[in-house]
Design a protein around this ligand. Sequence first.
Ligand code: DAH
Length: 345
Amino acid sequence: MQERLKELQAEAIQKVDQSAGLKELNDIRVAYLGKKGPITEVLRGMGKLSAEERPVIGALANEVREAIAAKIEAKQSALEEAAVQEKLAAESIDVTLPGRPVKAGNHHPLTKIIEEIEDLFIGMGYEIAEGPEVEQDYYNFEALNLPKGHPARDMQDSFYITEEILLRTHTSPVQARTMEKHQGKGPIKIICPGKVYRRDNDDATHSHQFMQIEGLVVGENIRMSDLKGTLNVFAKKMFGEDREIRLRPSFFPFTEPSVEMDISCKMCGGHGCNVCKHTGWIEILGAGMVHPNVLEMAGYDSKKYTGFAFGMGPERIAMLKYGVDDIRHFYTNDVRFLNQFAIEE
Ligand code: DAH
């Protein structure tokens, strides 16, 4: 029996030495030290032994069991340590490798212009208003003093969805919507940037979809001089303190009187060149005093309230400011064009 125990010890230790994984090691543990293992079996058979033999064999069996258990434990630690080392080696990072460059985008030139204009007007106490791009004929035309069949509707070729619904042709409907919301009470001071749509053939200066920024001020005692002062501040902040503005009489059904604003040409200092078509002036926007009909339709007493409005095209402003010669550059998304505006913001 003593020999059998020694054999078992030698056999188990050899197996432990050869084992290559934790699972295998556990199997050895169960096989040799488990309840059904050979050592337990030896111990169970001790009843048949003589009184002298029993303590000797008992002590030896315990010794063998402890020796195997210690060997297994040592091997287990070694295997675990090796696994940790292997994992560390696999996950090691070479911190000296140069990093992959992160490609940072930049704002679209139109977004920049619009944000610049928004900031400028917010600084003068204006709020930003918005309206839907799919608009009712009523707000796009009728509430702006352009009843059905009015010849001035021809100025804006439209995409109709139904008889009464269209893609808005300008941001002016937001004027009518905002006034309606204020229920005949002032004051209102808003600008409204947004997309507009026209049935136009695309070329260097026309696009079927473009941006506009509308402005509207309604209150008591709002006068033409307020409009002129506001536009003057805007033009100088946008294009430079040395620029002059001039207002020319014009026609829009929703303003009376109506004007168009020009700024002096920077290229030639007002002497005339190709950019300003030899006039010394460049047209920037349309504006005017809100027509009494428009005020009344929105619920305002036009004897008490007056207002001014203006509408401009950010593409045109961006083209002039950045020297862009084709409006389509803003929409074809060629990164070679867009990257030129990746200056620090
Ligand atoms: N809505 C006009 C257009 O698209 C621009 C405009 C002109 C807006 C005069 C105004 C304005 O608010 O007063 O052509």
